[in-house]
Design a protein. Sequence first.
Length: 574
Amino acid sequence: MSKNNKDLSHLRIRSSVYTDEGNVKAPNRGMLRAVGFEDEDFYKPQIGVGATWAETTPCNIHLNDLAQHAKDGVIEAGGFPMGFNTITVADGISMGTQGMRFSLPSRDIIADSMETIVAGENMDGLVAIGGCDKNMPGSAIAMANLQVPSVFVYGGTIMPGKLDGEDIDLVSIFEGVGQVNAGTIDADRLYEIECNACPGPGACGGMYTANTMAAALEAMGMSLPGSASSPATSKAKAKDVREAGKAVVNLLEKGIYPRDIMTRKSFENAITVVMALGGSTNAVLHLLAMAHAADVHLTIEEFNDFQAKVPHLADLKPSGKYVMYDLYLAGGVQGVLKYLYEEGFIHGDCLTVTGKTVAENLAEVDPLKEGQEVIMPLESPKRADGPLIILKGNLAPRGAVAKVSGVKVERHVGPAKVFNTEHDAVEAVLNDEVKAGDVVVVRFVGPKGGPGMPEMLSLSSMLVGKGLGESVALLTDGRFSGGTHGLVIGHIAPEAQSGGPIALLEDGDVVTICQKNKELSFEITEEELERRREHLELPPLYRRGALGKYAHLVSCSSKGAVTDFYNRHPFEED
């Protein structure tokens, strides 16, 4: 079965239990024989190959095919691959529906299910293959908790859609809905966009959450060089997955574990790349959760330290012109890393899944292509500082996240229009009840309140499509898609369901948003605030099924919305 004749029996860090106890484990071996084991296979390291394959989304529909390449790589390196699947939720399909409440919880379900099968089956290593947004952080959380040698492989980006010679993507459809409502395009044109935006397998093409987290994991060293950039249907992606199968056996031989790679410095590299590429607001939430799993101290406030010093260089959608495929042609995430490393922004001494350091990997990488226009030079960046800002104030004492790439408005002061559901806010926008200067607030949609902290790409895209993307501010204790752009602020903490100040906001309250001061506040006296708090009645916490479990376990978004936040100080709020 193996092309590798080396004795790798010493690498069975967990699976040796099936042979070391001799006759006692005969029943266990009997069942393994039924799935393909022969005598010699019990002395090979057993490598889990976990794919988030599903026929429910183009992001993941090809992942079973990629998993076979990973298995081939494991076999070639002398291991025994054991394939399995776990869930995924397609954000673009569930967007604007009740299904979107399950999106963020799916991250933790993915993490828990991967940890459960790899640990429960005593596997020695893991190759995880993911496509849609929550697959990446879910896999990384599992790897940090499992502590077996592991490699993540991104399923790759979708090719850009084409219409009349122009690149379009999923967000083009969402914004088209607003354009139809505004009368700038008709329904026939929207239908043409709908039919051409998503041409095949792969995750959404812009620097949205999937591509953001893939880039972050590659910068962190948990993916092989080039993994984040190669398109889903390319030969480069098939090779990437096969090499990942070999790499995990190499990590076993070298004794390199996830927490050897997921260090404080590697998280700093990830945040730096996210800022430079103009990544999704969701990166804040996911990197905090991944750091929690890896026992790395990282706070939401520290993102402002990187925002202040890392310029935004990538002219990528949603606030730019290009898509991930264009970055791939320009030199990929590795080209960006090399550029940032040479300019002193990246730690080169961090270990990676190649078994080498970041600097050693980058020594073999070509620089960004001469003449490329996707990544701007440091001398003339898209923005002099980073695009992700943490705001605080009496409306968000524990923080809120804004993405200000492409946003010209430095300060917005306006009256609040408060909604307790996204549906009500959408209806108000469609009925032209929201005007320039307003501050639309959608609350009780946080981690506990949603429950599940749904994204609001439908609502934000409608505002952009109607030409209100910068004249109307949109605030929520929920989330925004990586495809969102405009004057939007999410992750407001504490959330309304926890009695945060956003629950006390009323129609007409004057809200101030200030980029320079990193402020999110509203005009109210302490006396009035206390009066409102005394009369606040919170809705009951959701109690049924997966969302009920999530609502009762999940922490504040400022802590990453994790579901295993047990080791806090007894007086520290979640």
